[in-house]
Design a protein around this ligand. Sequence first.
Ligand code: FAD
Length: 501
Amino acid sequence: MVDSIKINIIGAGIAGLSAGIYARLNGFEVTIFEMGPKAGGVCSSWEREGYFVNGSINWLVGSAPGIDFYQMWHHLGVLQDNTIHNHSSFIEYRNIDGVDVHFYVEPEKLRKHLKEISPEDHETIDIFIDGIKTFAAAKFPMDRAFELLNAWDWVKVFMGNIPMVVALGKYNQLSIRDFAKKFRSKVLQTAFENFWSAEMSMVWFLMHLSFAANGTAGFPLGGSGKFAERLVKRFIDLGGKIEYNSKVAKIIIEGKTAKGIQLENGQQINSDYIISACDGHTVLHKMLGPKFVDEKTFDSYNSLQLYPPIVYFSAGVRRNFEDLQSSIIGMNIPLKNPMKVGNITHTRASFQIYNFDPTLAPQGKTLITSILDTDYEFWKNLYSQGEDAYRNERAKICHELLASLELEFPDISNQIDFIDTATPITYENWTGNHKGSYEGWLPTPEALKIKLPTHFQSLKYFYMAGHWVMPGGGMPPAAFTGRNCIQLICKEEKIHFEAEV
Ligand SMILES: Cc1cc2nc3c(=O)[nH]c(=O)nc-3n(C[C@H](O)[C@H](O)[C@H](O)COP(=O)(O)OP(=O)(O)OC[C@H]3O[C@@H](n4cnc5c(N)ncnc54)[C@H](O)[C@@H]3O)c2cc1C
């Protein structure tokens, strides 16, 4: 009987909730153990002065039909009420050497605009836009764990996507920074380098632009908190259980078999399967160790580059921004003065101004957020120096960002209801993620060559999910890897995997 098979899941982030929901859809008995007081992990919102600070989602890949992730989000119960906002541009640059760059999601509109900015770069622009269109036309099956694709499935994938396979070969080992160097125009170089992390592979970049071009990367209104709430509701409605404030300290292993988990308070809970959906480093180094994890995996975890930890700025302002063109990343502006965030100097910053989601602020008011790359060691060190030093540094960053916003929106400093920052220490304390990384491994050219394991030959009945097992991270890989664990468990139990009730 399937309902007598018990699964313990560590962590109620997107990966843990996805694994939990699919486990219930397939009839398993399942409990999620979450160390915090609520679910969502990094995909959370918090309430400040009547505003809801959206702590994660800018775009949800799979928000519309045309990509397998859409079915997955549908199964997970987050798209049913159709509250998706689609932006018409990816990012809006103000004043790069006097020029505004609108990074439209519609490829032909973007091609025309970029060529108007720099006619002499027409060849590179054509290559770039054709790259987006190639990825937009591709169909990659994301309905199954890759382990469940057989040789014939892979042949079909490659034969059905020859232009994309060629593009993969061309762009996989090229970073955004290196591609940007191909432009003669300084304006376009700056635009490309400031878009996202410039060390990322161009494949990752083109893929995401292609999702936006296809209209499958919208914003779920209500933001991260509402999104996580919907997943929790779906899980509970299906009969799942979540134990909050229950930090898992250990995986109980007998011989080569995972038998259960042990909480920090010493309580042991046995199960037939264990899925870890929390920080990968903790699992490998503290919960498993070299007896079960191979050297190659440890090497990958040591050599891969993290998404840089971030300082997450948020502000609630007493005003509307009716005429402002919204975009996926937001409005990127030059800062008043170069600004150090930890040991990283910024000359520009992107602000997300949520004029497109009135649910995040009281009427007539607007939430603003900004993501700024930083380094973990600076904040760790500062935090150890005591509350005052830590608070003062955060206040300084808020002050400097406000001064830059003031140049775009005069008098905004007098319209502030609250202003705040989260640091890598916040993310580390809140979610346990290694060095406060908010999305796992950066999809650099090197990272995209590496396949990280989700289970180990030497340990039966144990699986890993979440942004640490799939370089690039983000919510779709988190949910996808959570679902994969259940598909693999179904295979192990010789049960047909079901995705619907
Ligand atoms: C500012 C920001 C913007 C982002 N923007 C986007 C975006 O636009 N689109 C996108 O797709 N992604 C985005 N992301 C990334 C995305 O939110 C994450 O990659 C994804 O939510 C990770 O989910 P996860 O379940 O793998 O991990 P986590 O969210 O880290 O969940 C792990 C859970 O495990 C719990 N846990 C940890 N250790 C233990 C333990 N020992 N015992 C019990 N519980 C434990 C944690 O408390 C947490 O709840 C963004 C993230 C941030 C911070």
